[in-house]
Design a protein around this ligand. Structure first.
Ligand SMILES: Cc1ncc(COP(=O)(O)O)c(C=O)c1O
Length: 339
């Protein structure tokens, strides 16, 4: 095992030993190729560079107390990458090949998997882009799939802490019937200005409203939103948000704990009715929201008045992370062991 200061590792890029690549040419995918290089050679007219034919995924490998390496719902990431590829007309990377690539890249970089208890994990980043040369706006005929890993530090150093967020009305991340439901690079480029503005104003993230009416909650930066009221977990249904695997899982976990779950439109005014709120995604599992500021009305919605995450949030967080690390039985069949 590599000796890093695991607890203080940032959520950033660290070079590891190997990555994998796979090339699509003449209508078919080739074999997975192991590489030690951090660089790729690209055609100057690749559609991934010009027209945003690019999609990616993010998942993690967790080291258990028992020394076993666990992957969480990798198949959902594989299926989402297929959906993203379909959404922007790229060659689909087959689910079984995705499995082989992800398991192999973890095996090849075992020494970078952070130890149990450090809170750090091995982040896995698969990506797919159009590599074929085109100048007209059309899909490429050649594609590249890459998967690399990087150890990332605990999202919250020193325990789960509430964060403050700001409503963004000046920018939209995605539009209904656009690409918000796909994990494509363009959505993230479109979200950067709102995210930076929120940070400059002292907030950890921006909250996007639905682009059409600005009436409903869409997403919290690169994470889904949820609110809690009356023992119910409520999360937005929207045509322009990414279907978070963490969110899907929290809905099942909530129901297994006797908490009701609803996926429906969440009007902005409902923020005042929630007793707890949070953002969920692979990176943090849950970021409890302390306050939400609405710059249009100067309203502040406050959830964690004592500075601590709420009880339902913590119940959900503890249960899901216990499954991911193998501390509790995998009652949902979400875990795969990497030998
Ligand atoms: C825009 C967006 N929403 C939500 C999520 C959370 O999704 P997941 O739980 O699958 O990581 C992510 C991260 O992947 C994201 O980028």
């Amino acid at each position: 095992m590599e000796t890093f200061d695991w607890k203080n590792l940032p959520f950033g890029y660290v070079k590891t030993d190997h990555n994998l690549r796979c090339f699509y040419k003449d209508g078919k995918w080739g074999e997975l190729i192991v590489s030690e290089s951090e660089y790729i050679d690209r055609h100057i007219a690749a559609t991934g560079l010009h027209y945003g034919q690019e999609a990616f995924e993010g998942l993690k490998a967790y080291m258990g107390k028992d020394g076993k390496i666990r992957l969480f719902r990798w198949e959902e990431n594989a299926k989402r990458l297929v959906s993203s590829a379909k959404g922007i007309l790229m060659a689909e990377f087959p689910v079984e090949k995705f499995k082989e690539a992800v398991f192999r890249v973890v095996q090849l970089n075992k020494r970078f998997i952070p130890p149990y208890g450090s809170g750090a994990t091995l982040y896995i980043r698969p990506l797919l882009y159009g590599s074929g040369a085109e100048v007209g706006v059309k899909p490429a005929s050649e594609y590249v799939f890459i998967v690399f890993v990087t150890p990332v530090g605990p999202y919250f150093k020193g325990g789960v802490k509430p964060v403050n967020m700001m409503i963004s009305r000046d920018y939209d991340r995605a539009a209904p019937k656009g690409t918000g439901i796909y994990k494509v690079g363009g959505n993230y480029a479109a979200s950067l200005r709102a995210g930076i503005e929120a940070k400059e104003k002292g907030y950890s993230s921006s909250i996007f409203l639905d682009a059409r009416e600005k009436k409903y909650i869409d997403e919290c930066g690169p994470a889904n939103f949820f609110g809690i009221k009356n023992n119910t977990y409520i999360t937005p249904r929207s045509e322009s948000i990414l279907n978070s695997i963490t969110n899907m899982s929290l809905i099942d976990v909530a129901q297994s704990l006797g908490i009701k779950a609803e996926r429906r439109q969440v009007p902005l005014e409902e923020l005042s009715e929630f007793t707890e709120a949070g953002a969920c995604g692979t990176a943090a599992v849950i970021s409890p929201i302390g306050k939400i500021f609405d710059p249009d009305t100067n309203r502040v919605y406050e959830y964690c008045k004592d500075g601590n995450p709420g009880p339902v949030t913590m119940k959900l967080y503890n249960k899901l992370t216990a499954i991911q690390y193998g501390d509790e039985p995998d009652e949902f069949g979400w875990i795969s062991i990497v030998d």
